[in-house]
Design a protein around this ligand. Structure first.
Ligand SMILES: Cc1cc2nc3c(=O)[nH]c(=O)nc-3n(C[C@H](O)[C@H](O)[C@H](O)COP(=O)(O)OP(=O)(O)OC[C@H]3O[C@@H](n4cnc5c(N)ncnc54)[C@H](O)[C@@H]3O)c2cc1C
Length: 429
């Protein structure tokens, strides 16, 4: 039985956990990271890599009500759900419905803006230290609309972005072809968000962050934490074969976080939003895709990755984290992608599947646990955890070292999701 001592133990080694471990090491703490080390099990491995100041809109918004009939019939390409599962995650479902109002949507966007605004600079710094700056680019990203009606439907989103000073250009059909010649499908309108950046090898970034952490003297235990036990003066984190004792603990285990915290009696309104990707080569005669694009009509993202591959990413599948894969959504996204770009054959035998850690109000959980001393929570980053992971790491280090946080943390307080539907109400931003 191995016994390890540390100042602080971080449970989970995705973007959020690794960034936290690195930031805590930077503050001089003796840090142990506990993670099973399965690269493809991380949402941080398989995402689109988009880092956008404008990614401030939760899934639950005022448009939800109009889309609900299509969602329930599984007729919307962006969302596929198992009806029984919606009942199993009832607190999450109830919160989502309670938050589906324009006022809550605006407040959530306002609360997320400081986080997304700090995201790119935090990535630049991390990539420079991890040696992955060549995979970080600031090319902007494009939201594509197949019809004028679909573009009109996004008017509130554009108004909120404009109010917050997020740079945006509206591009019409012919200009779009000049901007992104790889697109072969005609689109009615598009929105370019030029401040947006992207990571072209998210999995490579995570591996490089692991090396950076080790180089800073951080220690990693390749195992899943099985129990978190409070004890005099701190925490004992058990895993198969040993335990770590530390004064403080951080739970940053992505979509597994709520299950881990259940063992301590916390019942978070929480769900896994599953997503898939598959890689393709572009046809040799196609111009390269130069930036990620969101095809709103297909409910999927197409993102250029390192070594010339295009990553086709599905929308959301609401199902249990460990349920068998259902390839219907990524197959549909791939068919749509073949009409949008000149694709060659698929490069993967099996599509990748991962889970976005989802809170019903679209805001992450970042803060001290309400009922346990020395326990810090950092999870639930939903669709923006790759981008906001590095800045979250700095916030975790602020909390652990009792420094004033560099951003307002009140909207991310854990206890908001431990009560029956009550979306973020206040305004500290
Ligand atoms: C299809 C798709 C596209 C996306 N696109 C984007 C995007 O463009 N931009 C963006 O910012 N975000 C995007 N995201 C979201 C982003 O990937 C996630 O929000 C983010 O990766 C979450 O990071 P994390 O560290 O919290 O979780 P993860 O990366 O999932 O890491 C959690 C880690 O905890 C470990 N773990 C689990 N249980 C235990 C345990 N018991 N003990 C120890 N460790 C444990 C896991 O093995 C894993 O290593 C996308 C997600 C998907 C699925």
């Amino acid at each position: 039985m191995n016994e390890t001592q540390a100042d602080i133990v971080v449970v989970g080694g995705g973007m959020v956990g690794l960034a936290s471990a690195i930031a805590l090491r930077d503050r001089g703490l003796d840090v142990v990271l506990c993670d099973p080390g399965e690269a493809r099990a991380r949402a941080s491995f398989g995402n689109a890599g988009v880092i956008s100041r404008g990614s401030i809109f939760p899934m639950s918004g005022p448009a939800l009500w109009g889309r609900l009939p299509a969602y329930l019939r599984n007729a919307d390409r962006g969302l596929r759900l198992r009806h029984a599962h919606l009942l199993r995650v009832m607190p999450w479902t109830a919160h989502v419905l309670a938050a589906a109002r324009a006022s809550a949507w605006r407040r959530a966007a306002e609360a997320l803006l400081p986080l997304t605004s700090a995201a790119y600079a935090a990535h630049e710094e991390l990539a420079a230290r991890a040696g992955t700056a060549h995979h970080l680019r600031r090319t902007g990203w494009i939201k594509l609309y197949r019809t004028d009606a679909a573009f009109a439907d996004a008017a509130l989103e554009r108004a909120i972005l404009a109010r917050h000073g997020v740079a945006m250009e509206i591009v019409d059909g012919p200009a779009l072809h000049a901007l992104e010649p790889a697109l072969v499908r005609p689109y009615a309108r598009a929105t370019l968000l030029p401040e947006t950046g992207s990571v072209q090898d998210p999995g490579g970034l995570i591996e490089a962050c692991g090396r950076l952490f080790s180089g800073l003297g951080g220690r990693t235990i390749r195992a899943a934490a099985t129990r978190l036990e409070p004890e005099a003066g701190g925490w004992r984190i058990r895993y198969d074969g040993g335990h770590v004792r530390a004064r403080q603990a951080v739970v940053a285990a992505g979509a597994a976080s709520a299950e881990i915290l259940r063992l301590l009696g916390y019942r978070f309104a929480f769900a896994a939003e599953r997503g898939y990707h598959r890689h393709y080569a572009l046809h040799p005669d196609s111009p390269p895709l130069t930036r990620p694009v969101l095809d709103t009509g297909a409910g999927s993202i197409l993102a250029p990755m390192a070594t010339g591959r295009v990553r086709v990413l599905s929308g959301v599948e609401l199902n249990a984290r460990h349920a068998p894969p259902d390839h219907a959504q990524i197959d549909a996204a791939s068919r749509e992608a073949a009409g949008t770009l000149r694709l060659g054959g698929p490069l993967d035998n099996e599509p990748w599947l991962g889970s976005r850690p989802s809170t019903p109000d679209g805001l992450p959980v970042i803060g001290r646990a309400p009922r346990h001393e020395g326990l810090i929570l950092a999870f639930g980053h939903g669709h923006i955890g790759l981008s906001t992971g590095p800045i979250t790491g700095q916030l975790v280090a602020d909390i652990a070292t009792d420094r004033p946080a560099s951003l307002p943390l009140a909207p991310f307080a854990p206890d908001r999701l431990l009560r029956w539907p009550r979306p973020w109400q206040g305004s500290t931003v």
